[in-house]
Ligand binder design. Structure first.
Ligand code: HEC
Length: 100
C-alpha cells in the first residue's frame, strides 16, 4: 500500500512539469527559444541596451523583430514575431504593449 502511494506521488511529480512544458501558454519561453536560436548569434544582447535605440516603442520593436527575421530568412508568423518582441520587451525595453 505504501509503495503504491509512493509511486503515485512520484508519477505526479514527474507528470506535472511535463504538462507544464507541453503547453505553450506563456509567451516568453517560446520567444526566448526563438531568439536564442536564430538571433543571438549575430548580436549580443548589449545591442538592446544602447542609447541610440532603433526600437523606440512597442510598434517599432515589433517592426525590428519582423525585419530581422526576414533578413535571416526565417519566414516567421506574426505570432512568432510578437512572442520574440515580447521577450525582448520584458527583458530590455519595457514599452507599453497596448498598441498592436
Ligand atoms: C545578420 C546579423 C543579424 C541577425 C541574424 C539578427 N540581427 Fe538584429 N540587428 C543586427 C544589427 C547589425 C543591428 C543594429 C542595426 C543598426 O544599428 O542599424 C540589429 C538590431 C536589432 C534590433 C534593434 C535594436 C535597437 O537598437 O533597439 C532588434 C530589435 C533586433 N536586431 C532583433 C533581432 C531579432 C529578433 C533577430 C532574429 C530574428 C535578429 N535581430 C537577427 C544584426 C542582426
Amino acid at each position: 500500500m505504501t509503495k503504491r502511494w509512493m509511486f503515485a506521488l512520484l508519477s505526479v511529480c514527474f507528470w506535472i512539469p511535463a504538462i507544464a512544458n507541453a503547453q505553450p501558454s506563456r509567451d516568453t519561453p517560446r520567444g526566448e527559444l526563438l531568439y536564442s536560436t536564430y538571433c543571438i548569434a549575430c548580436h549580443s544582447e548589449q545591442i538592446h541596451w544602447r542609447d541610440k535605440k532603433i526600437a523606440k516603442d512597442w510598434a517599432s520593436l515589433k517592426a525590428q523583430v519582423s525585419h530581422w527575421q526576414e533578413v535571416a530568412g526565417l519566414a516567421w508568423s506574426d505570432d512568432d514575431v510578437v512572442v520574440v518582441a515580447r521577450y525582448l520587451n520584458v527583458l530590455h525595453y519595457h514599452y507599453p504593449e497596448h498598441v498592436q
